[in-house]
Design a protein around this ligand. Structure first.
Ligand code: ADP
Length: 551
């Protein structure tokens, strides 16, 4: 057979040739207006940008940074950079400034393309970023801010005089294409270097029926950011399938997302739970419906049960849970029902859909104990979750040692069970588990249970020191506005939902729960703030735990 090499730029060329008139609709970062374009036009502009970057001296293997919202210009930058054999380093603007400085210096970016709102941050940092020779603002001359950055230019002027022609090189499959740093919840962020091969295979998998199942009759609203974890592969999967692509720019509030869902007749979307919660509030407050939307893939953190139930019941929209991580390109599992579950009662089906799901073929997965012995698929026994496959990391960028064991298994840092049907369920991040009386308590399960309360907007659980039981759970609650909840009401609510000895020793009401750069509850921050919290003296029920051992 032919050994035709993969170049990600071919995806956009395919879309231009066979779906050239299919639209790309962007909410512009500059002024919030809607811009309509097509795959045909985007491919022309991508070739123009590739030429312009080459003239700036970018060559194979060079790192080109992008810090941008989901827009057509950002999409073109992705394809122009990696298509010519350079590496597109997507920078997450939500990281702390010292982390951004660290990752740009670690990646040694030569050029950075950025949205105008990020210019002030880069002005502050640029003196400490010696590798960056050129700054390109993703805008036109009229919207270019007065920026104190070396060689700054707007992207429209940069490409204006370039011909829309570029011979995409034949690249070896293993050529690096993209670079993304994990948010570094502990220590410095670590770089994950994707190749043309890994991204291409992952994108094919993303298109498949049980992952997104998107096709050319779909309109996809890509809410998951291009600056983190490859926008879940959708920036490749959409042009691959010829689905219409809608890009929300910088506005992710409920009203703006609704306007795009409705105005563009979106059929499929992907987002983190927080964005979809904001949408739900907007829908309820304004009594709106979603007649076009078929499905939403939600992941990044556990999907609250009420979200699945409300969208099913009130909007006829199916929420599909996905699990993954930066190191997995990022998708590893999705959760849909098997044929044998079709006639199960709805509640029981939702129980299944709360799980993280079945591995996507290509991403092999197992759970093991501390001695690396594989654990049974009984839905009860929890262990370290290991993964292996062609879109799973082998070694972090510029690291000396592999991130996998000798057999190629990567430890995700997640703790999970797998049930007899093959569904994986995350019970916690290994470092967030609460060790109490020699037994483990899952902070995620407690949070999910608490978030089922209609007056709780967000709940977080951390383990704090206990003189007798080592650690006990402390529940932090941000109530919905106007709620008048008490500690005892929350504990009463939880009483029949979790094991007795899991019941938090205290409940604190807070105005904000700190989130990480990727929108997850920042346990690190919470532990810093509340790690020394002294629990009230009381008789906890740890003695009820199956193997409780007194310290
Ligand atoms: P970081 O936030 O560290 O950059 P990622 O965005 O790659 O990392 O996050 C990966 C982690 O997010 C996973 O290891 C897992 O703990 C968590 N996660 C992702 N999807 C889900 C999900 N559906 N349910 C629960 N946890 C999830």
């Amino acid at each position: 057979m032919q050994n035709e090499p993969f170049n990600l730029a071919h995806i956009l060329e395919h879309a231009a040739t066979f779906h050239g008139d299919v639209e790309i609709v962007t909410r512009q970062v500059d002024d919030g207006s809607i811009r309509r374009s097509t795959y045909g036009e985007a491919a022309d502009r991508t070739r123009q940008l590739a030429r312009a970057l080459q003239k700036l001296g970018i060559s194979r293997g060079d790192r080109v940074g992008t810090m941008g919202w989901n827009t057509q210009r950002h999409l073109e930058a992705w394809y122009a950079v990696s298509g010519q054999g350079a590496i597109c380093h997507t920078i997450n603007p939500r990281l702390f400034e010292d982390q951004i400085e660290y990752i740009i210096n670690h990646a040694q970016d030569r050029v950075i393309l950025l949205d105008a709102p990020f210019v002030p941050m880069m002005e502050r940092l640029q003196a400490r970023l010696p590798s960056v020779e050129q700054w390109i603002v993703l805008t036109d001359a009229d919207h270019l801010p007065d920026a104190d950055l070396p060689g700054v230019v707007d992207s429209e002027s940069l490409i204006a005089d370039e011909r829309p022609e570029f011979d995409w090189p034949r690249l070896d499959h293993e050529t690096p294409a993209g670079l993304c740093y994990t948010s570094g919840t502990t220590g410095n962020p670590k770089g994950v270097l994707y190749t043309h091969r890994s991204n291409m295979i992952h994108a094919w998998a993303v298109c498949s029926r049980d992952v997104t199942g998107i096709g050319m009759s779909d309109t996809v609203l890509m809410v998951v950011p291009m600056f983190h974890a490859n926008s879940w592969g959708l920036a490749y999967a959409c042009p691959m399938t010829g689905s219409k692509l809608v890009l929300p720019g910088a506005r992710l509030d409920g009203a703006s997302i609704y306007e795009l869902l409705d105005g563009q007749q979106v059929t499929f979307s992907a987002a983190v739970p927080t964005v979809w919660n904001m949408l739900l509030t907007h829908l309820k407050q304004n009594d709106l419906g979603l007649p076009h939307l078929r499905e939403v893939l939600i992941g990044g953190s556990a999907v609250p049960r009420h979200l699945i139930e409300t969208f099913d019941r009130d909007y006829d929209v199916t929420i599909v849970q996905g699990w993954g991580m930066t190191e997995l390109s990022p998708l590893g599992t999705t959760c849909r029902l098997k044929a044998c579950m079709k006639d199960w009662p709805w509640e029981k089906q939702v129980d299944v859909r709360m799980k993280q799901g079945i591995p996507i073929y290509g991403c092999d997965l197992k759970i093991v104990d501390d001695d690396n012995r594989e654990l049974p698929h009984d839905g009860e026994t929890a262990g370290r979750l290991l993964v292996r496959g062609p879109w799973v990391i082998k070694r972090y960028y510029r690291d000396d040692t592999d991130a996998t064991d000798a057999d190629g298994w990567f430890d995700t840092g997640d703790i999970a069970t797998i049930d007899s049907f093959g569904y994986m369920q995350i019970t916690d991040r290994a470092k967030d588990l609460i060790k109490s009386g020699g037994e483990w308590i899952s902070s995620v399960d407690l949070e999910n249970a608490a978030m089922g309360h209609e007056q709780i907007e967000i709940a977080a659980v951390i383990g704090v020191h206990h003189p007798r039981w080592e650690e006990r759970p402390l529940l932090l609650v941000k109530p919905v506005s106007g709620a008048a909840l008490t500690r005892d009401e929350v504990l009463d609510y939880l009483r029949d939902k979790v094991a007795k000895w899991w019941l938090p020793d205290d409940v604190l009401f807070v105005d904000e729960i700190p989130l990480t750069a990727t929108g997850k509850i920042s346990k690190l921050q919470l532990r810093k703030q509340y790690g020394d919290y002294v629990l009230p003296q009381q008789e906890t029920a740890v003695a009820d735990a199956p193997d409780a051992k007194m310290k």
